[in-house]
Design a protein around this ligand. Sequence first.
Ligand code: C5P
Length: 402
Amino acid sequence: MELAGKHLVLGLTGGIACYKIAELTRLLVKAGATVQIVMTEAATQFITPVTMQALSGRPVYVSQWDARMPNNMAHIDLSREADAIVVAPASTDFIAKLAHGMCDDLLSTLCVARDCPLLVVPAMNRQMWQNPATQRNVAQVRDDGIEVLGPDSGSQACGEVGDGRMLEPSATFEAICAFFQPKILRGQRVLITAGPTFEPLDPVRGITNRSSGKMGFALARAAAQAGADVHLVAGPVSLATPWGVYREDVQTAQQMYDAVMEATADADIFIAVAAVADWRVDHASAHKIKKAPGQPLPSFDFVENPDILASVAKLPNPPFCVGFAAESADLDVHGEEKRKRKNVPLLIGNLGPLTFGRDDNEVVLFEASGATPLPRADKQLLARTLIGEIAKRAPRAGTLFS
Ligand code: C5P
């Protein structure tokens, strides 16, 4: 589980966005985190401590005079157990208090007394957000090393539209997960292809394959969490764009090739995960091919699609290239053979039919020094391991000519 072993203090301050924290708590608990809820008095006007207790599975603290703490040191004890404090929603008033080190309730005292990182997720009306005092306070807390997540822009509970909306629970969850990841790819630009391609036969039919895109999307997410700038070129899949990733959708192998060739000069690392169709129909019909009695069956001439990975690897100054290979048998032989043929330093092999569409995967790393099998793992956690392996091998951006 993504946040297994992590202990979070989740602080709620007064704002209508408190309703989002019920869902955020559920996501954090499901990911394995221990979530200790602390609320300001104002927050309890928006969502009840009973709801938050039920969702977090732990008693909720509101007052610094809470008699349940035997030593009456809630402000110390709660923060010492925490790997991070997350204040969400963080109101205008609470951010102002943080900027000045004020501590007149349990949550603010806890923040001032902490010895762990603090993340705040602002939520307020757009005028309150734009107010120069708020902007000064936000700049001050950032300067003090406090991580500010968001805010988002869009429609607000008050009916106005603008900056200040709290990040959605899923985006807040993603930002918290990313916060805990070491930034091993900071400053690196990573280009990734993912999913299948779709080669049309006519305007409604086409040839595709069973790649779900899950592995490529998981790698894009893990690379972004590791601090990389990620450009994801995706074939037709129905997956949400990972948080912080720039996504470009394409359909055909040729479109994927064009998109990659355009972006590759800006990439330090290229990871080709897409299951690209080897062939396309030479002249796809402009009209739907009709079935009619007595008509001969349709037949098609195929032409070969460009090999995107091999083309990038052949460039004069290629990024660090990583290939993927799905094989149905004899992975050991085909993996290393394919790595050499495509001329890439690292190829990640898996037994394709066993992994397509699944949430877990088992892979072998092929490189000049030999083959290394990795244990079967959930694709998200495996992606993190693979990003670690790629980061170890890829030259750091800017070091080639220094
Ligand atoms: O399909 P094949 O087994 O050759 O794929 C191996 C690797 O080459 C994968 O990383 C895949 O994304 C890449 N590839 C490509 N363009 C193709 C075919 C494969 O980039 N036309």
